[in-house]
Design a protein around this ligand. Sequence first.
Ligand code: NAP
Ligand code: MG
Length: 488
Amino acid sequence: MQKNKDNSMFKASWTYNEAPESTDHIQIKKKYDLYIDGKFSKPIKGKYFDTLNPSTNEKIASVAEATSEDVDAAVQAAKKAFESWSKLTGKERGKYIFRIARLIQERAREFAVIESLDGGKPIRESRDIDIPLAANHFFYYAGWADKLAYAFPNRNPKPIGVVGQIIPWNFPLLMAAWKLAPALATGNTVVLKPAETTSLTALKLAEIIHESGIPKGVVNIVTGAGETGAAIVNHPDVGKIAFTGSTNVGKYIQKATAGTHKKLTLELGGKGANIIFEDAAIDQAVEGIINAIFFNQGHVCCAGSRLFVQESVADIVIDKLKNRMETLIIGNPLDKNTDIGAINSKKQLQTIENYIKIGLNEGGEIYQPDCNLPKNGNWCAPTLFINVSQSHRIVQEEIFGPVLTIQTFRTINEVVEKANNTPYGLSAGVWTQNGAKMFHLTQKLNAGVIWGNTFNKFDATSPFGGTKESGFGREGGLHGLKPYVKFD
Ligand code: NAP
Ligand code: MG
C-alpha cells in the first residue's frame, strides 16, 4: 500500500513491513443498545443501523437508532438524576470523573483499536493523540469539580440542568470527552449523541461510565443520525445544547433554539490559514504543513487547509512538500506505519472527490504523489492545488479531506487580508523565526486558535473555539466551564 519514487531527497532506502495492530481481545459486540438511565436498553421502535469499517466498507456491528421517544426517555432520566447529582459536593462528583479518566487509560489500547476500526484514522494517531487527550480531558475537569468557586469568584456558579450534546465523526472519543467532562464537573446531567458513522467508542465509553458507578441517568448516550440530534435540540426539558459539527447544521440549531430558554455553544467548520514566512525554519515548516492538512486525513475542523507561502521561498517549500508527500504511507488504519488512513465514509469521499473536480475545473494545478490506493474501502491520495486564487471554491469552502490549496504572498498586509478573507475563523498557523512578526500576526488574524511554529496541538488546559461562522463558545481550559454554569 505504500508507494515509492526514488527521486525523493528525504527518503532513505527502506523496506516497508506491514505491522497491523492485533484486534485480539478487543471486545466488539454484534449489536449495541442505547445507554439510558444506567442501563443498556433496546430502542422503542426496535430499529438498528450498521456501522462500517471505512477501510473495507464491511459491517462491524449494528447500532440502535434512537427516535424522539427514546430521546425523551433519556432526557427524563437525566432530569431525574439532576436532582441529586447537582446536590453532590464537587469533590464527590470529581471522584467519578477521575475514575472515568483512569478507566480510559486502562482500556486505552481497546479504545484506540476501536476508534481506528470504526472511523478509519491511523492507529498511531488514535493511540498517541486521541485517546490520551480524552483521558486528560476527564482528569483536567475532574480537578475543577471542587474548585468552581475559584473559577468564578463571588459569582456562585450553578449547573444548568439537562445538557444535550451532539458530536461529529472526526474525533469521536475526544469530542465526547470535550463535551462530557466539563458538563459533569459543573453538576449537569447529559444526553449525548455520537455521529452515525462512529458510535462505537462512545458506546465503549458508556460501558466504562457505567463501571465508574456514577449514579444512573447522569450520563445517557443515544445513537442515531441527524433526526436523533434534532430530537435532542428540540426537547423542551433540555437547558443547553453543545454542538460540534458542520456550519450548516449549526445554523439550523441556532435557529431552532432562538427565542427559547436554551443556552447554546457551537463549534463549527473551518478553513485554517497556514502562513510560512521566508525566515521560517523551512524543514520544520514543511513537517508542519504535512501535519496541518494530512493529520486524520484532513478531517479536522481546524486543519491548515489553506497554505500561504512567502513568494521568495515558495519554490523550495513546494518542492520539499512534494518530496515529503512521496514518503507518506496510505493504507490500513490499524498498521502502525500508516500516515494516512481511510476516509470516514463513502459520502465524505464523494464530497472530497467532487471538490477535487471543482478545483480542476476552476483551473487549479493538481499534485498527488504516486501511490497505490487499496482497492476496497474509501481512500483519497494526499492532494495539493497550486495556481489557485481567493475566488476559487476550493480556497473558500471547507473540504474536510486531505486537500491543500497553496497561494503565495509578498507582504504581511497581503497575507493578513487573504487569510481573513473567509466566512470561517477557527484556526491559523504562523511560521517565522521573528517574534515581533509572530505577535503582530496573531493580533491581526481573525481566528479562535493561532499556533506559532506548530499546528494541530491540543491540550485540555487551553480553550478552543471559533469566531465568525466557525461558531461561538470555548471548550477546554477555564473558559470551557463557563458554558455549563449559570449565575444568580
Ligand atoms: P454534521 O453533519 O454537522 O454532524 C454533526 C453531528 O450533528 C452528528 O452527530 C450528526 O448526526 C448531527 N446532526 C446532523 N443533522 C442534525 C440536525 N438537524 N440536528 C441535530 N443534529 C444533527 O457534521 P459532521 O459531518 O459530522 O462533522 C464534520 C463537521 O464538523 C465539519 O464541518 C467540521 O469542521 C466540524 N467540526 C468542528 C469542530 C470544532 O471544534 N469546531 C470539531 C470537529 C468537527 P449524524 O452524523 O449521525 O447524521
Ligand atoms: Mg464506522
